[in-house]
Ligand binder design. Structure first.
Ligand SMILES: Cc1ncc(COP(=O)(O)O)c(C=O)c1O
Length: 483
């Protein structure tokens, strides 16, 4: 505990241990001081050192200390008075605890790995970066007063109009820009829909295997997940009806099922839409990578085949431009629009507008269409290189499902191997890949590897595919030699 004289004076050496690596320097200093104050190691009335001297002591930038002091002040943990520096505030007894109930510094969020075959990585195309930077700068410099205020909860009208044009031309359905809502990623769109249109405990069909992040989001919203198997035609609608005909929604990836790559047949699409209309269920159509179609015409989105009043269409710029932009969109039926917009206002009010306007400019002047064509060529080369290297190195040990769309492919192991076979092969090959079993809700069928090829260097992809193919081949050979 601090002594009385310390309380009145300035503490010279603040008893802090920074958790280096846990967020920015400002966050580290803030978290360290915050727990020292809450735990009583820095008592009320104690004057903290000047920002310069604390920065010297902790060997951090002075600005980090300035920001940390500002945060502490807005938390009410310190007081700043002109002329008397920054002092620790008197806290109500309850606020002080011998030990905080939970660690104050949030665990560092793991950076997504970026070596092959990490999913979600796209190519940082120099042309794109230049054009996007210039367009963003232009949008900021020419912004009027209104654009510095609060905006429409649906997001930039300019971008919504461009998205509506794009969907009409490329995804086969006409939509009113007024029904488009810009979101910070498909994930956020799902969360808003769950909150606005469904109630905790409602059942939702989920593709099995399927996209784990969507499953987590819907589970966290309190929904009951009903796994529905996927076969060569996509989600098995009849199986869904047998399991839970009265489900209130279905989450589907019909144009390129994640992770199997299956394109849902038209017959299944129609059956799904019929079910949704008859049971007044919502269809959450995640069309996450439809820009990258390598062969065959794209099938019309569910929203375009008469399911318009039950389908919530979700698209994203994460694959085309990069996940870091956090730019995605939903197209909502009129019956859903108002409640979703109300919920959105209660979350983040409206989405950031400058990057959205810049992307809209790039769509309007045709750059994005060119970019899509160039990236499609690049990613197709990645897909082909991975498939060829895998085939040659695995020599039959893997069944390679090379997709007609998207940025990942599937390499399947034979059925009947030990449960940990895929994980062992992954470790042996030293590659970054999700296992098919990690995307299943119920264990079933053969395991395999979900291999992202977007954004990775071609030579690295080839080397990693060779390592994985060889590891699979050696594993199977080892098994066959066991007595
Ligand atoms: C099936 C699926 N949906 C959605 C996304 C990502 O969407 P967003 O970045 O807009 O949240 C991904 C990303 O890989 C995905 O695989």
């Amino acid at each position: 505990m601090p002594t009385t004289s310390e309380r009145r004076g300035t503490v010279l050496d603040v008893p802090l241990q920074l958790q280096r690596g846990a967020g920015s320097q400002a966050l580290q200093v803030y978290a360290g001081l915050r727990s020292a104050i809450i735990e009583g190691r820095l008592g009320a009335g104690l004057r903290l050192p000047s920002t310069r001297s604390l920065a010297d002591q902790l060997r951090v930038k002075r600005n980090a200390v300035v920001i940390a002091y500002e945060h502490l002040q807005s938390d009410g943990l310190v007081e700043a008075r002109t002329g008397s520096g920054t002092t620790v505030a008197a806290l109500p007894a309850l606020a002080r605890r011998a030990k905080p109930a939970q660690t104050v510094v949030p665990a560092p969020i793991p950076r997504l790995p970026s070596k092959p075959f990490a999913l979600g990585k796209t190519y940082a195309d120099p042309q794109l970066l230049q054009r996007l930077a210039a367009a963003t700068r232009r949008c900021i410099m020419k912004a009027n007063d209104a654009e510095f205020g609060y905006g429409d909860p649906r997001g930039s009208e300019h971008l919504r109009v461009q998205i509506a044009h794009y969907l009409g031309a490329s995804r086969g359905f006409a939509c009113d820009p007024g029904c488009v809502v810009i979101v910070n990623g498909i994930q956020q769109g799902l969360r808003l829909c769950a909150e606005a249109l469904l109630a905790p405990g409602d059942a939702v069909w989920m593709e099995d295997p399927g996209y784990p992040a969507a499953r987590r989001t819907l589970t966290r919203a309190g929904l009951k997940i009903v796994p529905v198997p996927v076969d060569a035609e996509g989600l098995d609608v009849k199986a869904g009806q047998k399991k839970m005909a009265g489900a209130k929604a279905a989450y589907v990836t019909p144009s390129h099922q994640f992770p199997t790559g299956v394109t849902m047949t038209m017959a299944r699409r129609i059956a799904l839409v019929d079910w949704a209309r008859a049971s007044k269920a919502w269809l959450l159509e995640d069309d996450y990578d439809s820009e990258f179609r390598y062969g065959g015409p794209p099938l019309t989105a569910l929203a375009g085949i008469g399911g318009g009043d039950r389908v919530i269409y979700l698209g994203t710029f994460s694959k085309l431009l990069g996940a870091g932009l956090r730019l995605a969109y939903m197209v909502l039926p009129r019956a859903a629009l108002e409640s979703v917009v109300v919920v959105r206002e209660g979350h983040d009010r409206f989405p950031p507008s400058f990057a959205a306007s810049a992307v809209a400019d790039l769509m309007a002047d045709g750059f994005l269409a060119d970019h899509t064509r160039r990236m499609r060529r690049r990613y197709r080369a990645g897909r082909d290189a991975v498939a060829a290297a895998l085939r040659s190195a695995a020599n039959g040990a893997l069944d390679i499902v090379s997709p007609q769309q998207g940025l990942h492919l599937l390499a399947l192991l034979p059925n009947g191997l030990p449960d940990d076979a895929a994980a062992q092969i992954r470790t042996q090959a030293g590659v970054e890949t999700w296992l098919l079993s990690e995307t299943r809700i119920k264990p079933a069928g053969p395991d395999g590897f979900i291999l992202g090829f977007g954004g990775h260097d071609l030579a690295e992809l080839t080397a990693a595919a060779t390592a994985l193919g060889q590891a699979a081949r050696h594993y199977l050979k080892g098994l066959s030699q066991r007595p």
